[in-house]
Design a protein around this ligand. Structure first.
Ligand code: ATP
Ligand code: MG
Length: 388
């Protein structure tokens, strides 16, 4: 799929921008702090209904209007998909003063929808320089990597995630009350069932997704490193100190394992006052050349590994949807040597649209030549340019 047009109103540092994008490679050049990442964040938000970096919706609304009567950022796009045209509109309402009505409103082809129904209508994969943390950072970032990917292609997974979060909060509240002798452990039975049911869907989803991802990631790692380096991923569900058996395959089996873990770990959980088992504590082990990446890999190896993971994400989404996601590359090429840069771009040759930003066009001259659309980003305004 590819984006035909994009319109932003009062989003971040864009008060008004109206853009026609090309198929193929779109290059956005601009100095630091001009709005390049904001532009990709906007596209990613239209895809996932979540910001790639903001912690609150208010951050997304242009500061100039945040205190006004209508503190709203509006994002609109027209997308050409294999299955036909799609129009998507997201309004982000910021919180100003006393008014508490922050949140997102979504329209798909003109009709109001729940945000969860709009996730993944526009499929996109975002590469940023912070991605290295997926491999080198804490487990939550690896869980988020899997969740953001699976949510785009699997509504059931997204729903299970939402239910799991709600049940987890309830169950943690109950564990605290039991700890304080304000509730009885027998009340846990119901919540154990609910949590394990949603948890089973999530763990099966993650395990299956990883199974499909690994071959893509391995292939890409080989390509980017002249077949020198290897990557391996292993799912580490947080049931492991209870079970060391091979991982389940069927969803019902995952659910049963989780139920068992909760039952066996009950006194430990009451002692801790929080839920200790389940997918909210999962991890994915990443091995580069057979060694744990976070502890042993070099900077360049980490970078290559993470590019491979993002590429695998794109390939996975493509395989699930039968349509290519839009590929968003936020200043990730300038830190690579020419051979790896070429490797990345060659990889995306089969994709319909790539949107690339750079603060340093001299470092990516080779890319500049092949771009079909070239734009300059300056102080929240975007214009096309031709020539060198
Ligand atoms: P770099 O090359 O350093 O990555 P960039 O072009 O990617 O720069 P952005 O991250 O897009 O820059 O940010 C551009 C500017 O947007 C920043 O100066 C930031 O202060 C501003 N900005 C962010 N949020 C808002 C907002 N809600 N309202 C107004 N301006 C904002
Ligand atoms: Mg940036």
């Amino acid at each position: 799929m590819y984006i035909n047009s994009l319109k932003l109103t009062n989003f971040r540092n864009y008060s008004q921008v109206d853009l026609l994008l090309d198929k193929g490679l779109n290059l956005f050049v601009g100095e630091n702090a001009q709005g390049k990442s904001n532009l990709l964040e906007a596209i990613y938000l239209l895809s996932t209904l979540r910001s790639s970096r903001a912690s609150s919706d208010s951050d997304l609304v242009c500061r100039d209007v945040l205190e006004s009567e209508f503190p709203v950022a509006r994002l609109e796009t027209e997308v050409q998909r294999a299955a036909g045209r799609l129009s998507l509109e997201v309004a982000v309402v910021g919180r100003s003063g006393e008014k508490k009505r922050a949140g997102k409103r979504v329209r798909v082809n003109g009709l109001a929808k729940r945000t969860s129904d709009a996730v993944g209508q526009l499929a996109a994969v975002l590469f940023t320089t912070l991605d290295i943390e997926i491999v080198a950072g804490p487990p939550i970032l690896r869980r988020r990597y899997l969740d953001m990917m699976s949510s785009q292609v699997d509504r059931g997974y997204l729903r299970a995630m939402q239910r799991y979060q709600r049940v987890l909060q309830q169950r943690n509240g109950l564990l605290k009350r039991i700890q304080a002798h304000d509730a009885s452990p027998s009340e846990l039975g119901f919540w154990d069932q609910e949590l394990s049911h949603a948890g089973g869907i999530i763990m099966k989803g993650r395990s299956d997704a990883l199974g499909l991802l690994v071959p893509y990631a391995c292939e890409q790692m080989g390509k980017l490193s002249d077949e020198v380096e290897t990557i391996a991923l292993a799912y580490k569900p947080a049931l492991r100190d209870v079970f060391e058996d091979p991982l389940p395959i069927e969803e019902a089996e995952w659910t049963n394992r989780m139920l068992q873990a909760l039952e066996d770990g009950r006194s430990k959980e009451i002692g801790a006052g929080v839920t200790l088992y389940g997918p909210h504590r999962d991890d994915v082990e990443v091995l580069i050349d057979g060694l744990p990446a976070a502890a042993f890999a070099s900077r360049a190896q980490l970078r290559t590994a993470v590019l491979s993971l993002r590429f695998a994400e794109a390939a996975y989404i493509q395989a699930c949807l039968g349509d290519e996601p839009v590929v968003l590359l936020d200043d990730v090429l300038s830190e690579l040597d020419e051979q790896r840069r070429r490797g990345v771009l060659d990889t995306f040759e089969g994709f319909q649209q790539v949107v690339l930003t750079t603060a340093d066009p001299d470092r990516v001259r080779d890319v500049l030549k092949t771009a079909t659309g070239r734009f300059v980003v300056s102080g929240g305004a975007i214009s096309r340019f031709e020539g060198e």
